[in-house]
Design a protein around this ligand. Structure first.
Ligand SMILES: NC(=O)C1=CN([C@@H]2O[C@H](COP(=O)(O)OP(=O)(O)OC[C@H]3O[C@@H](n4cnc5c(N)ncnc54)[C@H](O)[C@@H]3O)[C@@H](O)[C@H]2O)C=CC1
Ligand SMILES: O=C(O)/C=C/C=C(\O)C(=O)O
Length: 494
């Protein structure tokens, strides 16, 4: 008798229509406009989303400004604010399964990933900043020459706009929101138009945790509408943005006349450098994750793999064999490993790069197409491409999907030059057992993050962000605190 194993998780969540959340209430757009939310697995419309515009952003900013200037948030002690943040973290932790399922439903990502990364990290972001804010100090200088004391007095910067991407929706929103609230700011959020659900759900959780009305406001919509209105609004003091480089440029242009503080986490094209002295099986296991985790839709994914020539063939063979074992399909089926891409627009973009790879003479060692038998949904097989060099568009441009290129190299100098031959500089991974070489290479590659013999190991106190076109500023611990606060130097004659 054949034993049937049930691998599909019965959902405990359903898609819902998303409204704005302004001054503690869920509301429609002023002009009543909505747009459709499309299920990335079935390609069917499964909800509507309120479409915000200048008028909705203005109402939200007014609510946030009132809450900042007159309301209770800024008047609460650090201890009281920390207590509320901790409560948000606790609720998120208690509702992890619901959050994970909602995220998978909205993004198409596999439930294994949203259970292990998205949902726990959303809770951890609140818990981390609830602790951090209780221990943070300020700088002070004793000036014996003038018999004076200088100290830094920090205050929140005011109303901040948080403009968010779709790849790790609640994980990244809470990564910005928790420090903003900890610092005493009030907030207007614009989530990605492609993934509105968990941000909307979070508003209920904030209310339950005791975040006063007007402190956090959420307006759905598109970049040129609601996004642009945030960029230009004179009462918004700073913007925390995560997304594409080209969008960062637009935000900067539109925010320039009102001189907003900007924190940008942008795209990358991250090299994964593998020297010949490594344990290949260990490297393959992590490279599978750094290539295809979350369908390759993680900003620190290593999409350019460089392998020292003596182990190139063996690495490629083992890497391809493990990649072929990855199962693509229903994100709620635990027999699968990879879900769907977030939306048709992104699916078409990734597919267009597969066409470019073909035209450029690349070889698909694995993948290169949608999986057989999956006629609906934005699914793409994990794809390894060889035979392209550093001039290829697939090697130079961010694809942000389950697609990697593998290129052999001969010398340390050559691979450092290749790694640096790009306008972006977010992260890199270096695999070697030679400790001196590991540090030397990390120092020579211009990038915000360098992982040596590991990938995406997170400590929330550390500076996270990119160099060159990959971003402006750093986030995490003191770096986030720095962004959401303004410093007054107070000089006291003693
Ligand atoms: N460095 C990092 O930490 C991260 C970088 N990313 C990057 O984000 C990209 C994927 O995210 P997407 O959502 O496609 O990015 P995107 O830049 O298209 O959109 C991000 C957000 O910006 C909004 N937006 C678009 N145009 C705007 C405008 N003119 N003014 C104001 N807002 C505007 C969108 O509506 C969305 O909410 C990838 O390039 C990825 O590398 C994503 C996550 C983290
Ligand atoms: O771990 C973080 O703090 C941020 C991670 C961001 C990404 O990985 C992303 O946006 O893809």
């Amino acid at each position: 008798m054949q034993v049937q194993t049930k691998t599909v998780v019965e959902p405990i969540v359903k898609a819902f229509d998303c409204l704005h959340y302004i001054n503690g209430k869920f509301v429609e757009s002023v002009d009543g406009k909505t747009f459709n939310n499309v299920n990335p697995v079935t390609e069917e419309v499964y909800g509507t989303v309120a479409e915000g515009s200048v008028a909705d952003i203005d109402i939200a900013v007014k609510a946030a400004k009132r809450a900042f200037e007159e309301g209770p948030w800024g008047k609460k002690s650090v201890q009281e604010r920390s207590k509320i943040l901790r409560k948000v973290g606790e609720i998120l932790e208690a509702r992890q399964e619901e959050i994970a399922q909602l995220e998978s439903l909205d993004t198409g990502k596999h439930l294994k990933f949203s259970r292990h990364v998205d949902a726990p990290r959303a809770a951890a972001n609140f818990q981390f900043f609830a602790d951090y804010m209780l221990s943070v100090g300020t700088e002070a200088y004793q000036d014996e020459v003038h018999n004076a004391l200088n100290y830094g007095y920090r205050r929140p910067i005011g109303v901040v706009g948080l403009i968010q991407p779709w790849n790790l929706p609640l994980f990244l929103l809470t990564w910005k929101l928790a420090p903003a609230l900890a610092a005493g700011c009030t907030v207007v959020i614009k989530p990605s138009e492609l993934t509105p659900m968990t941000a909307t759900k979070l508003m209920e959780i904030l209310k339950e945790a005791g975040v006063p009305d007007g402190v956090v406001n959420l307006v759905h919509g598109f970049g040129p509408g609601a996004g642009s209105a945030i960029n230009k609004h004179p009462d918004i003091s700073g913007i925390g943005f995560i997304g594409q480089v080209s969008t960062g440029t637009k935000i900067m242009e539109e925010a320039a006349p009102t001189l907003k503080k900007l924190s940008f986490e942008l795209g990358g094209k991250n090299p994964n450098i593998i020297f010949a002295d490594v344990d290949i099986d260990e490297v393959v296991a992590t490279t599978i994750r750094s290539s295809f985790t979350n369908q390759g839709e993680v900003c620190v994914c290593g999409s350019r793999i460089y392998v020292e020539r003596p182990i190139y063939e063996e690495f490629l063979e083992k890497f391809a064999a493990k990649t072929r074992e990855l199962k693509v399909g229903d994100p709620f089926d635990m027999a699968n490993d990879q879900g769907a891409l977030v939306a048709k627009v992104h699916y078409d973009k990734v597919m267009s790069y597969l066409k470019i790879a073909e035209e450029e003479g690349g070889t698909f060692v694995t993948g290169g197409k949608r999986p057989e038998g999956l006629d609906k949904g934005y699914f793409i097989e994990p794809t390894i491409i060889t035979g392209l060099d550093d001039s290829s568009r697939c090697v130079r441009e961010e694809i942000f999907g389950p697609v990697v290129t593998v290129i052999p190299f001969d010398t340390e100098e050559e691979v450092i030059a290749a790694a640096n031959d790009t306008r972006v500089g977010l992260s890199n991974t270096i695999w070697t057992n030679d400790i001196r070489r590991a540090h030397r290479v990390a120092h020579k590659i211009v990038s915000g993050l360098s992982y040596i013999n590991c990938w995406f190991v997170r400590d929330l106190r550390t500076p996270f962000g990119g160099t060159k076109d990959s971003g402006i500023g750093r986030v995490g611990g003191a770096h986030s605190w720095e962004f959401y606060t303004e410093l007054t130097n107070i000089c006291v004659k003693l």
